[in-house]
Write a protein that binds this ligand. Sequence first.
Ligand SMILES: [Zn+2]
Length: 203
Amino acid sequence: MIAVGAAIDATYGETLGMQYTIRCPKCGGEAAFEEPFLFPRGDEAVAAEHAAGVTGFRANKDCFVIVRFPDEFPWRDPDNSHTRLRLGPSLPPQDIWGVCVCPRCVFRGKHRLDWPKDAFYAASFSFGTLWAICREHLVELRDYIASSDRRLKGYRWAWNLKHTPKEFLLVRRRERIVSVLDRLLSQPVRTAKKLHPAKNRSR
Ligand SMILES: [Zn+2]
């Protein structure tokens, strides 16, 4: 059962929108903001439907809805407006509901994303606050700011990097900003365990 759940996560993890790393509302630690529902289609829908430990239902002939956190965020939750839950890279999320999962204090609960206030990876300077969606984004942001040519080729987060406010790209501030970001990155990483509905229930 666990293997199937892990396979489901591996398969559908790719279909998730951005993975926001947020500050846990309970302990202040590094937590994940998870999308509560997934919408596999076609063969993937069939696989999900027959997989053990997956909670969900057939939405229509083509689509199966996986309810990832049936206890914390059931499908019939009044805040489930799933069309608004699809996070796109070009849209700053507003009023987006999901589930906060904290590996540090084991908190798991419904959470309204307040971005960028919720950002775990954030650094404040007198000229503004720099924030990153997740650790990988922060690594690229550090590399981008540190680079002298500021070329965007090869970055996964190129779109976001392109929109880095000018205040953070001034050459005279480069060294200071990079050292602050390096300090942020030197914090120990806590990786959330892979999630699947069967496991969710036992917690
Ligand atoms: Zn916590």
